[in-house]
Write a protein that binds this ligand. Structure first.
Ligand SMILES: Nc1ncnc2c1ncn2[C@@H]1O[C@H](COP(=O)(O)OP(=O)(O)O)[C@@H](O)[C@H]1O
Ligand code: SF4
Ligand SMILES: [Mg+2]
Length: 325
């Protein structure tokens, strides 16, 4: 399959009062055309930093991109001009975030916001009447499973529930017909039943529109039924990648195994049942394998050298010395 997006050796630091936080530590990640991929790791692992870098919305400073490439359809996003980035966000890459309330403008009705996006997609000779734009807004909102879409369009974001607001954000994302959807924990703040409904609908829309998706979550359970391939991230490194079925059948990295043992919600505060300890301080991250202070299998080499990727079968790779020869 042709790669749509390739992240190569991405290093991102944050400059703070205490010093430099070395967060992303050489991230490699590929998404093929039409592929459904997830990025999973505890809170604080660097998932949002990764997608903010793709979207070029990182706050610089304090953030600094120290090295790496993000190749989108053959071109490095990190070298694009502002005009090219704007075009990318308009028709190629869209995002939905954890908190739909902050993504929506509180002073306009959701209808106004959705119609505004649709209007800007049809410019020049393609211009549409207000009635046609309204019809399209109702249609895209309905597709997300929103009940009573016509009436909802007259509401302000604050008048809707969290699940409804997320459906509005999803309909905004799909009305731009982009090739790649970056979904950053889109259901984390929602009730479990609503979470399932929204994920299922998201999955249907991705299939129907042949969009590629990078679905981010702190829980393996959430992505299990949606994505074809998984990347597991720990403290700014990808530590394992595999097809979803292979990852669940045969998780290899001690961190992945820990994640599978944990209860659904992880907060990064060291409460996880499956993994002792917590995410390291990025001011002075552990040498060698960043996971070694929390690992039950640490060997002397783990404290000194960074584990390379070892192949563990077709499309399955793991960065851990246990699998070296
Ligand atoms: N604006 C910022 N300023 C300073 N440090 C930041 C900032 N954003 C993120 N970080 C650092 O990067 C780490 C990873 O953050 P993030 O990418 O949001 O992780 P995740 O999305 O996996 O929870 C945080 O724990 C924090 O140390
Ligand atoms: S490389 Fe060593 S410390 Fe890191 S996960 Fe593997 S065994 Fe544990
Ligand atoms: Mg995040």
């Amino acid at each position: 399959m042709k790669p749509l997006l390739e992240i190569k050796n991405l290093h991102v630091h944050y400059k703070t009062f205490e010093g430099m936080l070395k967060v992303l530590n050489g991230v490699d990640l590929t998404i093929a055309e039409g592929e459904k991929v997830s990025l999973v790791g505890e809170t604080g692992c660097g998932k949002t930093t990764t997608i903010k870098t793709i979207l070029q919305v990182l706050p610089i400073p304090p953030a600094r991109i120290c090295a790496g490439q993000i190749i989108y359809r053959g071109k490095d996003i990190l070298k694009m001009k502002p005009r090219e980035i704007r075009a990318l966000r308009k028709g190629e890459i869209t995002a939905i975030f954890q908190d739909p309330l902050s993504a929506l403008n509180p002073v306009f009705t959701v209808g106004y916001q959705l119609e505004d996006i649709i209007k800007h997609l049809h410019t020049g000779r393609e211009q549409r009447s207000r009635k046609k734009i309204r019809e399209q807004a109702v249609a895209v909102l309905r597709e997300t499973g929103m009940p009573d879409a016509e009436r909802i369009l007259n509401n302000y974001p604050i008048q809707l529930s969290g699940g409804m607001r997320q459906r509005v954000c999803i309909s905004e994302a799909f009305s731009t017909a982009s090739r790649l959807l970056l979904a950053d924990e889109p259901t984390t703040n929602l009730d479990v039943t609503i979470q399932d409904q929204i994920l299922r609908r998201l999955d249907e829309l991705v299939e129907k529109n042949k969009t590629s998706i990078l679905l981010i979550s702190h829980s393996l359970g959430v992505v299990k039924n949606v994505t074809d391939r998984e990347y597991i991230m720990y403290a700014g490194n990808i530590v394992e990648e595999a097809r979803t079925k292979d990852l669940f059948a045969d998780p290899l990295h001690p961190y992945t195994r820990g994640l599978l043992r944990t209860v659904p919600k992880l907060t990064g505060e060291g409460i996880s049942k499956g993994i002792r300890g917590r995410i390291p301080n990025y001011l002075n991250p552990p040498q060698g394998c960043r996971f070694h202070p929390r690992c039950d299998h640490t060997m002397p080499i783990c404290r000194k050298e960074r584990p390379p990727f070892y192949s563990a079968g077709d499309s399955h790779r793991v960065a851990c010395f246990l699998y070296g020869r």
